[in-house]
Design a protein around this ligand. Structure first.
Ligand SMILES: NC(=O)c1ccc[n+]([C@@H]2O[C@H](COP(=O)([O-])OP(=O)(O)OC[C@H]3O[C@@H](n4cnc5c(N)ncnc54)[C@H](O)[C@@H]3O)[C@@H](O)[C@H]2O)c1
Length: 246
């Protein structure tokens, strides 16, 4: 049985979708969860759901693409609670377009949130976790890091997330800090509900399990990775996709 009693966790992009599922799961296992997002209303709903169940959470509004806001999110949390045990970098966006039509706004927006946003929280978090000689970082990459039509910006950012994850694993391992990445396959959230029906059906046809994943499917894997049971798993890139990528 996994217990996160007494742990302090930050989850970015936790107003809805995967982030919401992750925040609720970690809180249900005993962690105090800092629910962070740009979307205040959604973040408040996540916090209410956690508190209603008798678990512990607070809200911190933060645009992870802004380095000062991201630094404050991490440093204020550590200052207030005296430590930061867990960081889950989940916030992400997509701005899909074929490469020959993709403009720089689409490129910059996705790189800014999905890659620079991860650096923006990991940089201050790694300083804190090194110092306390304890920590768990999980970054949400994507099965698309291997390349996906219409997602040059997204794939590049998510491949970058794999790179920063493996680098952090090498740099921080001796300090008892692990860093791993999850590659969700096709999970039923607002992000994927945005695709045309034809694309939805095509994606499902590629999944051996014949269904889209649920946020809980990803959250369960993260709960294990941030627990004491996973203390020797470091620098891994784990697919949670029902066998979509084999
Ligand atoms: N849904 C999938 O199938 C799937 C597959 C692979 C990877 N992912 C990744 O999982 C993560 C979550 O995806 P989702 O499907 O839940 O998406 P979603 O769009 O439903 O939720 C994303 C959340 O991130 C927040 N966010 C966006 N930009 C932000 C910023 N700059 N700062 C802070 N918060 C911000 C949004 O407000 C939203 O609450 C993303 O990184 C996404 O790339 C999702």
């Amino acid at each position: 049985m996994i217990s996160l009693n007494g742990k302090v966790a930050v989850v970015t992009g936790a107003a809805r979708g995967l982030g919401q599922g992750i925040a609720i799961k970690l809180a249900s296992l005993g962690a105090h969860v800092v629910v962070s997002d740009m979307n205040q209303e959604g973040a408040e709903m996540t916090v209410s759901q956690i508190l209603e169940k008798g678990y512990s959470a607070e809200i911190k509004i933060c645009n992870v693409a802004d380095k000062d806001e991201a630094r404050l999110l991490i440093e204020d949390t550590a200052k207030k609670h005296g430590k930061l045990d867990i960081l889950v970098n989940n916030a992400g966006i997509n701005r899909d377009s074929l490469l020959h039509k993709m403009n720089h706004e689409q490129w910059d927006a996705v790189i800014g949130v999905n890659l620079t946003g991860v650096f923006n929280t990991m940089q201050p978090a790694s300083a804190i976790m090194r110092e306390q000689e304890n920590g768990r970082i999980v970054n949400i990459s994507s099965a698309s890091w291997l390349g996906n039509v219409g997602q040059a910006n997204y794939a590049a950012a998510k491949a970058g997330v794999v790179g920063i994850t493996k680098t952090a694993a090498r740099e921080l391992g001796r300090k008892n800090v692990t860093c791993n990445a999850i590659c969700p396959g096709f999970i039923d959230t607002d992000m994927t509900r945005g695709v045309p029906d034809k694309v939805w059906d095509l994606m499902i046809s590629k999944i051996p399990m014949g269904r889209a994943g649920k946020p809980e499917d990803v959250a369960n894997c993260i709960a294990f990775l941030v627990s004491d049971q996973a203390s020797y798993i470091n620098g891994e890139v784990i697919n949670v996709g029902g066998g979509m990528v084999l």
